[in-house]
Ligand binder design. Structure first.
Ligand SMILES: Nc1nc2c(ncn2[C@@H]2O[C@H](COP(=O)(O)OP(=O)(O)OP(=O)(O)O)[C@@H](O)[C@H]2O)c(=O)[nH]1
Length: 357
């Protein structure tokens, strides 16, 4: 088994889909197998009519059965599988050009082959790939056409037209399905990316940027429609001492557990968030002072009651400042200033308490 370790990990077929580039190659591989098989039907129909020699049939079988596997292996082993697959797609186009010449430019199969070749290249690499593939297609067509004695038989028999149907119906549908699946994957990735950009990874809570946007919106809503909201700033008490005594790792666990308490307390449109460092925020919307005081007390007690398995003797308390929206708040910063002042009073009064501003 020694030499195996020199083989790239994606040499194992089951591993091929592990990178985006190889997923791309794998998608093209499946489409190539389907496409070449379906393209072969009208080509074979014309070759039968033209009584083509054995070596032409061998070339067709090679193109349908062997070439997709070679392309797949080459792309899988390449340093840059996607770049190699683009080259393979250009070779596919050249093969297409040669077959169009071999069938004497039969009108219907030529039109269908050209449309599939163009759509496929466009789906994989846009206009650039179409522009790269076109000269290869034309060159292969010209060489084959001259070598084959310039055959030109545009009429298409009924059988060849019927042989085009699976390509027209099946392949275009398969290509649409691939494009649709790709669109769904991109949409899912975008959602995940958006979630990551608004989440603080240590506490798994929305981050300051997201919080600021939601709190600023709450200020606007209050001005526009009088919808009351309340803001809590929650600061861990003596967190530096906790870090010094139990280690930074335990401090990180505290941050995560505080996040869990805030998430558990938040309801409806409330926004729990990591405000920064050892400070957290909870936007309650809608909320009057009464609800804010009740929720703040639940947060304070919830955190004071936390038990840490790794350090059963460790306790964590928080000081909380709160204020509801007021007409004096021209902007979010004014609201935060009020809440901060209340928090300062809670710290000054001995910590582990709630103060309303
Ligand atoms: N482990 C850990 N520590 C953090 C994190 N964020 C901030 N801290 C620490 O939190 C501590 C905050 O210290 P201070 O601002 O002095 O406040 P404090 O010690 O909590 O004291 P008071 O707020 O006055 O009760 C600093 O030592 C920071 O390094 C974090 O994500 N993980």
């Amino acid at each position: 088994m020694g030499p195996l370790k020199h083989v790239p990990y994606y040499d194992n077929i089951a591993d091929r889909s592990r990178t985006p580039a190889l997923r791309f190659v794998s998608r093209i591989h499946r489409m190539r197998m389907l496409g070449t098989a379906l393209c072969a039907l009208p080509i074979a129909s014309v070759l039968l009519e033209r009584d083509a020699p054995g070596w032409v049939w061998t070339a067709l079988l090679f193109n349908v059965l062997v070439w997709p596997q070679i392309a797949w292996l080459l792309a899988g082993r390449a340093r840059d599988p996607a770049a190699l697959e683009y080259r393979n797609l250009v070779l596919d186009a050249a093969a297409g050009g040669a077959w169009i010449a071999a069938i004497g430019v039969g009108l219907i199969p030529t039109a269908v082959l050209l449309s599939v070749l163009a759509a496929d290249r466009f789906a994989a690499g846009g206009w650039r790939l179409v522009a790269r593939a076109l000269p290869a297609l034309l060159a292969a067509f010209a060489v084959t056409w001259v070598l084959a004695g310039r055959p030109f038989e545009p009429e298409t028999s009924t059988r060849t037209m019927v042989a085009c149907l699976p390509l027209i119906l099946g392949y275009q549908l398969a290509l649409s399905a691939v494009t649709w699946r790709l669109g769904r994957t991109i949409a899912r990735h975008n959602r995940e990316l958006e979630r990551i950009t608004r989440t603080d990874s240590a506490s798994n809570l929305p981050n300051r940027r997201h919080f600021d946007a939601r709190a600023a919106h709450a200020v606007k809503l209050f001005k526009r429609s009088g919808r009351q909201a309340a803001l809590l700033l929650i600061d861990i008490d003596n967190f530096k001492a906790t870090n010094d005594r139990y280690g930074h790792g335990m401090g990180d666990i505290v941050v995560r557990r505080v996040g869990e308490v805030l998430r558990g307390v938040a309801a409806g449109d409330d926004v729990p968030a990591r405000f920064g460092g050892d400070e957290f925020a909870l936007l309650l919307a809608p909320a009057d002072r009464e609800r804010a005081l009740v929720v703040a007390e639940r947060v304070r007690i919830g955190i004071a009651d936390l038990v840490f398995e790794a350090e059963p003797g460790m306790r964590c308390t928080v000081s909380i400042g709160l204020a509801e929206t007021r007409s004096a708040h021209a902007a979010l910063a004014d609201w935060i200033r009020d809440v901060d002042a209340a928090l300062y009073r809670a710290k000054a009064a001995g910590r582990d308490r709630v103060e309303a501003g």
